[in-house]
Design a binder for this molecule. Structure first.
Ligand code: GRF
Length: 210
């Protein structure tokens, strides 16, 4: 059985692309992206999915709130992968798909996460703080921004002379390696969230897995 993945994205969609490329490269991955949606009509993610022959939709205010659960259910979605999606998911989606919604964040959570911490704001805060290591985190999604149980992380050095752009590039390159593997592992049941919030994985996932 092939697990059916929905990707929600607000931006360029490079993580969506990394997932599509990964699933194309790995024969018998056991998962496929079948639906892509965005709150922004100009999101690059929509174009990428249309080019790949995947259903792509712009979500208006109703569709991304009260209508989202029905939209996902109508397509028999097993896993929802957020890839730069800047809206809070409605509570009925996080509860119905608990343990089956994941997100990628460009820092080592719980540092530099939460409301307002997206895009360049994250890297700016990292640079201002003076930390020497940042990274990428993939986590299960709950009712708060960047808060759910962590599945895997990958550290990235902050180098002397880094600016927001150079740091963002370095972290994004790592997201592209980490996120497709985790998405596939969750979709195919190799990573699970137990009812007491524990994450179990029977495949190696993070930077230590290479
Ligand atoms: C990524 O940095 C991701 O961590 C964050 O939003 C960005 C999305 O980039 N959640 P892209 O649209 O996948 O290129």
């Amino acid at each position: 059985m092939t697990a059916r993945i929905a990707v929600l994205a607000s931006g360029g969609g490079s993580n969506l692309q990394a997932i599509l490329d990964h699933l194309r490269r790995v024969p018998g991955a056991g998962a496929a992206v079948v639906y892509v949606a965005s709150d922004r009509p100009d999101a690059g993610a929509l174009e990428r999915s249309r080019s790949a022959g995947i259903e792509a939709e712009v979500l208006n205010a109703d569709m991304r709130t009260s209508g989202l659960a029905a939209t996902l259910a109508a397509r028999s979605i097993d896993l929802v992968a957020l890839a730069g999606y800047l809206r809070m998911l409605p509570a009925d989606v996080t509860s119905e798909w608990r343990g089956r919604v994941v997100n990628v964040h460009p820092s080592l959570l719980p540092s530099f996460g939460g409301a307002g911490m997206y895009g360049h704001h994250v890297h700016q805060a990292v640079l201002r703080s003076g930390v020497r290591v940042t990274g990428a985190t993939v986590h299960f999604v709950d009712e708060q921004y960047d808060n759910g149980p962590i599945i895997a992380q990958w550290p990235v050095p902050v180098l002397p002379g880094d600016d927001v752009e150079s740091l963002a590039r370095r972290v994004l390159a790592v997201e592209h390696m980490l996120y497709p593997r985790v998405v596939t592992a969750v979709a195919t049941g190799h990573v699970r969230l137990s009812s007491d919030g524990q994450v179990t994985a029977d495949v190696p996932l993070g930077w230590d897995a290479t």
